[in-house]
Design a protein around this ligand. Sequence first.
Ligand code: NCD
Ligand code: ZN
Length: 477
Amino acid sequence: MTIGIIADLVVTGGTIVTPDTEYKAGIAIKDGKILAIGDQDAMPEAKETLDATGLHVLPGAIDVHVHFRDPGYPQKEDFASGTAAAAFGGVTTVFDMPNTLPAISDAKSLAEKHAIAGAKAHVDYGLYAVLGEDSLPNIGALIEGGVIGFKCYMGNTFGRIPSPTTGAMLELFEIVAPTGKRISLHAETNSIMERREARLRAMGRTDPLAHLAARPAVVATEAVARAAILSEWTGARIHILHISSAAELRPLAEAKARGVDITGETCPQYLLLSSDDYEEKCGVIRVNPPVRETENQDPIWQALVDGTIDMIATDHAPHSIEEKTREDIWTVDCGFPGVETQMPLMLTEVARRKASLSDYVRWSAEKPAKCWGLYPTKGALMVGSDADLAIVDTNREWTIDDANIQSTAKISPWHGMKATALPIHTIVRGCFAMKDRTLQDNAKGWGRSVHAIQEMPTPDVRNADQTMAAVTAPRKG
Ligand code: NCD
Ligand code: ZN
């Protein structure tokens, strides 16, 4: 017994999962941090204990890609419902995308979103800002105002944020590179898909598969390769969002082999759904990039296992039932909720494919924390880390029912799917956000922005003498 110290909470009887191993241990929490991990008998006295016998204790998941629609579209989702969904999914930190209304592209819109998130969030969060043609003069103020990173839309999507030209992208990368902030890319090349969509529409195609026909894998692959070249040239850190095809893996792996600071995520939809599902699920499955042919699934899984793809995120993109069930595929809003079902679905897939729970915590917690400089405050179960825990029953059979999800959007392609795991309790910095599958009201507003946790390591800026700023600087003499 640790003399004199009284913990706030001790979790006993559970199996702790780290990226390397699993072991039975107690875990003591004080002031929002992990105070001790070890033999149950060595745990300090505590104000509260939680019996986790038969359950697994994972670091809370960090979902680096969600759309909570606040401000602008509260009828689709707001920061309270979105973070409640996260809490139910064992997710303790989310990074929220900037395609809200207004879009987050200057200090004022960022400050307003911080106020909204700070008042409503049940879990911790980072806020993205847009990196677009118009945001160029605002980059410094956005970093000052507290962003986790930047989002660059190479292809148009919900919110109609225009994609910057390659020329603008290069200059934006030059400016962001020395700041060390990571740029997350919606890597789909606008000009290819716009052209194909126009032709398909002119032909009269309105069926669900026309969406996939407009966006074949080359749309994403070309964008990944181009972004990697700009990243290598400038030294800007980048992250490839929602990898959907086997074809993207080659430019990603090649850039990594060349030492480019590039990371990548995939989402459950690209592992668990395929083009065979369009007929039954119609517009519900419409998402950017599209769900593709089955033969992409195994290579994407393999890339997760071997580390080419670093992590799992969800692209949680809620829309209403009416917006998802329109006849004409081009009028259906793109995306669907996922933050709440990622952990159950992925743990089910981990069991089916005989990966390990350690693999899963690497993809869901450790890698996201490391790639955005939050590790080991976040993403780890270690003494001194934030006490962000997902306590999970990995032996629970249940069926996903859209009617029962926390998200305001009660429609998803996950409806009716069977899972074999369920988060039972979610703890954010020592406070229960969800306990016994019940939302803890007192946790609303507990969530905090994670942008200031740590400095990113010094970036490796390249070709600084050839940037737009360098070549247009007034000449000496
Ligand atoms: C997202 C949305 O609805 O905001 N939709 C989607 O299909 N993924 C936007 C995005 O991530 O591109
Ligand atoms: Zn997205």
